[in-house]
Design a protein around this ligand. Structure first.
Ligand code: COA
Length: 157
């Protein structure tokens, strides 16, 4: 497989079901795919199969900045056998461009400290990184009450 064989498509219901077959039901259970005009969900396709995906949605800040929202990367995944071929870099670059064109001033995300590849990726792709402990309402279903150590990452657009 060559990087040039990869195409990029907006995620539709058919690709969504392929994604859940490949990555698992958690993708839907945790509502990782976001749709609508203020969201951007893209898949990297090889031979009509998704090999990676990204989903971005608007996330408001808490008070006193509740009127302000930026683009939040809910999930970014590349299948193991397709990694280190710049697929995540290309998905991120498209999501960043889309977010900028849709009026977002920054794009951000979170990775727990066990995501070694992701942390190297954020650092090497020029994201600002801030060590933090996620707790409370931000923690996803199933992790409530347990502090999760990791990094918030952000890039101005
Ligand atoms: C993190 C992830 C999305 C990267 O996908 P990818 O397509 O392999 O990433 P790219 O090929 O675009 O890599 C871009 C850069 O990130 C860094 N990087 C990526 N994987 C790395 C690894 N295993 N070790 C060290 N650096 C790594 C490198 O700097 C790389 O550039 P280089 O190859 O020129 O050195 C992928 O490993 C993955 O799906 N991991 C599991 C899910 C995950 O952690 N998602 C992150 C959001 S929570």
């Amino acid at each position: 497989m060559q990087n040039t064989d990869i195409t990029f498509k907006e995620i539709d219901r058919r690709i969504e079901s392929q994604i859940t077959e490949i990555w698992g039901d958690w993708v839907l259970e945790y509502s990782c795919l976001h749709y609508g005009e203020d969201c951007c969900s893209l898949a990297a396709m090889w031979d009509s199969e998704p090999v990676g995906f990204i989903s971005v949605y608007p996330l408001p800040f808490p008070e006193p900045l509740a009127d302000y929202r930026d683009a939040y990367i809910d999930d970014l995944e590349v299948r193991k056998e397709f990694r280190r071929q710049k697929i995540a870099s290309r998905l991120l670059s498209m999501a960043e461009q889309w977010s900028k064109e849709h009026g977002y001033r920054q794009i951000r995300s979170w990775s727990s400290d066990d995501k070694i590849e992701a942390l190297s990726m954020w650092k090497n792709l020029g994201y600002g990184m801030c060590p933090a402990i996620m707790r409370g309402e931000s923690v996803k279903k199933g992790f409530e009450g347990k502090p999760i150590y990791g990094f918030y990452v952000v890039k101005p657009l």
